[in-house]
Design a protein around this ligand. Sequence first.
Ligand SMILES: [Zn+2]
Length: 246
Amino acid sequence: MSKQEDAPDGVPNSASAKPPPKPEPPKLDPVYYTWSSTFSILMGRYVTGNRDVPLERNYFEEMDAIKAESYCKRCETNRDYLLQYSPIVKFLKDEVGKLGGDLNGKNIHCRMCTAEQSGGFHVDHGIMLCANKFRNRGHQEDTMAHEMVHAWDHLKYKVEDNNLRHQACLEIRASTLSGECRFAREFFTKNQWRITEQLQNCVRRRATLSMLARPGIKDDVHATKVVNEVWDSCFHDTRPFDEIYR
Ligand SMILES: [Zn+2]
């Protein structure tokens, strides 16, 4: 079964990029999460046909809250680990620092996301990581790096939020440099990377996916067109990396 690919991120406007408030840790009522209550809920539901609806609702709300809390905790633990140990995250944090920005555990937020995306960046709010979307720590690392490239670009260039060509350029750079398309990358000789067709295809696909989530984009044909317009200058601009990382 093939899972649909999530966009790296979506609309960078203030409404959607602002991280929602963090859920309060659930107050656990042991009635709702014991095996016996699970069992009686399922029994009522599927076997006897007698459903205790309020009990069910409370039970599943509490299970969601417990899940959200554990997803966010894992995301924060991984975030702190990556800030300390991931070469690409540390490198980007330093480069953002050189431009006067400070990315840290306070402005890299872990939240539950409903949209088909794994992260987001906003100039005022920082980076949002979709705690429930990560397959593993490597996936979270790619997403952090992707959003950190956006942060670097916003400090380095004058990025216009409503300029689709600017946005497409940001997405091309972030997908090329973050490691999202790592599998498609081939090192050729020492200090020289080879731009394979696979890498280009992967970056085009990821950038187009991110563009599709924006209001100014009509459809995938439009998204592809904007990505193509800026492709040459943006794909080859590997600053602050001298070469594609890793
Ligand atoms: Zn992006």
